[in-house]
Design a protein around this ligand. Structure first.
Ligand code: DNO
Length: 402
């Protein structure tokens, strides 16, 4: 297992120098300045890698090992006539990454929105802050701010009444903040910032894109990418849809174990793999994370380790909990990943699993710093330290316990 840390590039307030102190050995990064759909130029990849690795000789080394993510252009998801151009660009970016030694690539196939939260500063009892998704606030946005066509048909009468009462007591600033959080998005998102009108137009593009059509478009993309990935020794790691269900009338197709079964039975290539995002899958009570980690073991090339705590009465609402204190069984997941790695040593597939602490709380000095939501320094440092402790203890086989 390789401990990795996500770095957003030279503008990230958490610098490479800082990351050396976290105990991570690997960097997860992307060329965030290249517009979606354009080829990642070889020289830019080299320069980015150089920024990460340039001082390795005299310091604790950090290696750019994982890409998160090469964005998939909306035209590919929509299966539009000119999608081939964007598939070719995606493949060229992958080839350029391989020329620089980077062979683990995360991506997602979420239409229009990437990951979404309603609150970026949810106060915790200990004084820190977490990210939160509140289903009722989200419904208030959908029904009364966005006023999406036909939105009512996605909600029960009671849900509409609740959303209206939430909307009615929101101040103007709260409405703008909620809108901003949902449409202008979060760090690492794959879509461009929208105005609310652009956002509505983007949603309309998907009017006739059913789950089956979106799936067909994903499979057609992968049927071109996977043979190349196999040839190049690349492992692709699809990230699940976060939160893992249909939203805003958009189809979402990587949410559950069943979705993964469909994906792998259609495209069994060994390069066809997943990012086991424990927090995302774990925000549905019907996803059993340790079982999934076991079942899809050989497909897991990258794991985001974090968990959520779901609201008791509304299970679609959650906040991002402490790494070891959430609704997901983190020890069970890590233990399954360790077992998977043991199996790998006996087979051809000997790549280690890259893990990273996903979203950290804002703690201590994080609180007054301007940072990327979810990507605080101290909060993630705490998460990584806890995870590394679990790995160390499980690897020692808890022999001291007996
Ligand atoms: C959020 C992340 C996502 C993720 C992409 C993967 O923190 O997990 O932004 O990077 O969805 O393609």
């Amino acid at each position: 297992m390789r401990a990795a840390w996500r770095w957003f590039g030279p503008k990230d307030p958490v610098t490479i120098k800082d990351i050396r102190q976290t105990g991570a050995t690997d960097i997860v990064s992307a060329l965030h300045t290249v517009p979606t759909g354009e080829v990642w130029p070889l020289e830019q990849i080299r320069a980015h890698k150089q920024l990460i690795e340039q001082n390795n000789k005299s310091n604790s080394a950090l290696v750019w090992s994982v890409v998160e993510s090469i964005p998939v252009h909306e035209d590919i998801k929509l299966g539009r006539a000119n999608h081939q151009h964007y598939v070719d660009s995606w493949i060229t970016s992958m080839e350029n990454l391989v020329k620089c030694g980077i062979k683990t690539i995360c991506y997602n196939f979420m239409p229009v929105i990437d990951w979404t939260r309603t609150d970026l500063k949810f106060q915790l009892p200990n004084g820190g802050y977490a990210l939160r998704f509140d289903q009722q606030k989200f419904a208030a946005f959908d029904l009364f701010i966005l006023k999406r066509d036909d939105a009512e048909s996605d909600y029960s009468e009671e849900e509409i009444i609740q959303a209206k009462s939430i909307y009615d007591i929101m101040t103007g600033d709260e409405k703008s903040l909620l809108t901003q959080n949902i449409i202008a998005g979060l760090p690492g998102k794959m879509t461009d910032a929208y105005t609310i009108d652009d956002f509505r137009d983007m949603l309309v593009n998907y009017k006739y894109i059913t789950k089956a059509v979106l799936r067909k478009n994903l499979f057609s993309f992968l049927s071109q990418v996977l043979p190349k990935a196999e040839q190049l020794g690349v492992k692709l790691a699809i990230h699940p849809d976060d939160p893992p269900r249909d939203m805003l009338g958009l189809p979402r197709i990587i949410c559950t174990a069943k979705d993964l079964d469909i994906l792998f039975s259609a495209l069994p290539s060994p390069s066809n793999g997943i990012t086991l995002c424990a927090g995302t899958y774990g925000s549905r009570p019907d996803n059993d994370l340790p079982a999934m980690a076991k079942q899809y073991g050989s497909r897991i090339h990258f794991a985001h380790l974090r968990g959520v705590s779901r609201d008791e009465k509304e299970q679609r609402s959650f906040y991002e909990a402490e790494h070891l204190e959430s609704d997901v069984d983190m020890i069970g997941i890590i233990s399954a990943l360790i077992n998977e790695e043991k199996l790998r040593d006996k087979t051809e597939n000997s790549r280690e699993i890259f893990i990273r602490p996903d979203h950290g709380h804002q703690l201590l000095d994080d609180i007054d710093k301007q940072g990327n939501p979810g990507y605080s320094c101290i909060g993630r440092l705490k998460g990584l330290a806890e995870i590394r402790g679990v790995i160390k203890a499980l690897n020692a086989n808890l022999s001291y316990a007996s």
